[in-house]
Design a protein around this ligand. Structure first.
Ligand code: ADP
Ligand code: MG
Length: 398
């Protein structure tokens, strides 16, 4: 699955209205029956107008027809949800054009986008329900048992949670990309001009960088948080040129952390395991890549927890939990993320290979658009869109 904006500019305003109607209908229908789509869309052209739009949308794969024993209906596809999110970002003037895709993971697509000032940003599209062919083969039961449609709910939750954490972390002065906006399963954030640690073959002072990364783990812990995936892919290294007192040019390295949907609280029942895993990940990487091993043991979870209690700082785990997530939402999301992790471990023993050999799993990569695509939002956002846009930010999930 990848974002494909080609059909976007050809959609008429009625088509957007019908697409939005399918989205609204899917809040309580796995398959949205055609009469319901008609009712929600309330097109001036009546049923025939709706049918015309339905065919247009189905033709470009934004909705899909599903025949079931009880009734036939339509469901929104990932493509359809991508379009709706882009439409919202573009109506808010946050995105004007979509450029190249810079990353594709199992859980997300990362796109470079720009606003109409030409400022580049990053759009992260969560794809939590996505399962690769490789893993599908060994997970047929998993697929069978999965409530269909939950990909939309889970991807949306992942985006909401990540956005909430990024805001809270930035407010506390943590080095994270500035979160700009969230719509449905997508997050818009500042583009960091940096490479992931993974791509850096040598650093002038490994001990210093190691110390900084461990400090970040401990600083998160003081605020009640464990990143949960603190690895060389999720740490970007900014190179900053500085002039030393003696007038020489030197490079300083500044880590920026990304990727937060799996963050856990220091009070989580498996907190110690996640904490140790994050620490171990950095240790292993520094020893393999830079042949650096710290002479100090730890840090240890027990000490970090004690420090957290003593410090009495704002508890970001509580802040985020208080920001509109129900216990059920957090549990659902966590279960999906852990399932995914388990599948990853099952399908491939080496994380590194997994990340490196990542390729798109379903559709042909027909248009990795080298150039940018302008989003054609020729049609004004009408009241229904506005209604859904506000609805979807307030009560994204039923
Ligand atoms: P995933 O959940 O799929 O791992 P990430 O948020 O870790 O997604 O992003 C995947 C990759 O995309 C990162 O390793 C990084 O190279 C790039 N990336 C993500 N966000 C940004 C950003 N704000 N600026 C620059 N590059 C980014
Ligand atoms: Mg990542």
């Amino acid at each position: 699955m990848k974002l494909d904006t080609r059909a976007m500019r050809y959609l008429a305003s009625e088509d957007w209205r019908v697409l939005t109607a399918v989205e609204m209908g899917s809040k309580n229908h796995e398959l949205v029956p055609t009469p319901l789509i008609e009712k929600i869309a309330r097109l001036k052209g009546g049923a025939s107008g709706v049918h015309k739009s339905i065919s247009a949308l189905a033709k470009v794969g934004l909705i899909a027809r599903v025949k079931e024993a009880k009734y036939d209906g339509y469901r929104l596809t990932y493509g359809g949800l991508d379009y709706l999110a882009l439409h919202t970002h573009s109506a808010r003037k946050d995105i004007y054009s979509v450029g190249t895709r810079i990353g594709v993971g199992k859980e997300s697509d990362i796109m470079i986008v720009a606003d109409n000032q030409g400022t580049q940003k990053v759009l992260k599209i969560h794809r939590l329900g996505r399962i690769s062919f490789r893993t599908v083969k060994s997970n047929r039961d998993y697929l069978k048992n999965r409530a269909s449609g939950s990909w939309m709910y889970l991807s949306r939750l992942a985006a909401m949670k990540e956005f909430a954490f990024m805001k809270a972390l930035l407010a506390e002065g943590f080095p994270v990309p500035e979160p700009i906006a969230q719509s449905r399963h997508t997050i818009l954030m500042a583009l960091i001009d940096a490479f992931p640690l993974r791509q850096i073959s040598a650093v002038p002072d490994p001990a210093k960088l190691y110390g900084e990364l461990i400090s970040l783990i401990l600083r998160l812990a003081k605020h009640g948080l464990i990143h949960g995936d603190f690895n060389e892919f999720n740490i970007l290294i900014k190179e900053i040129k500085v002039t030393t007192e003696s007038g020489e040019e030197a490079l300083t390295l500044e880590p920026v952390i990304i990727d937060f949907p799996q963050m856990v609280s220091m009070e989580h029942q498996n907190a110690e395991m996640y904490f140790d895993r994050d620490v171990e990940c950095i240790k292993r990487f520094f020893s393999r890549r830079f042949h650096f091993t710290s002479t100090e043991p730890g840090p240890f979870f027990k000490d970090a927890k004690r420090a957290m209690k003593k410090a009495g700082l704002t508890r970001l785990d509580a802040t985020v939990e208080a920001s509109g997530f129900t216990k059920k939402m957090l549990k659902d999301l966590e279960a999906a993320i852990r399932e995914k992790e388990a599948m990853k471990a099952d399908g491939n023993n080496s994380d590194e290979e997994e990340e490196e050999s990542e390729e798109d799993d379903d559709d042909e990569d027909s248009s990795d658009n080298g150039g940018e695509i302008i989003i054609g939002v020729a049609n004004e956002v009408d009241d229904l869109d506005a209604e859904v846009a506000s609805k979807s930010t307030e009560d994204e999930v039923q």
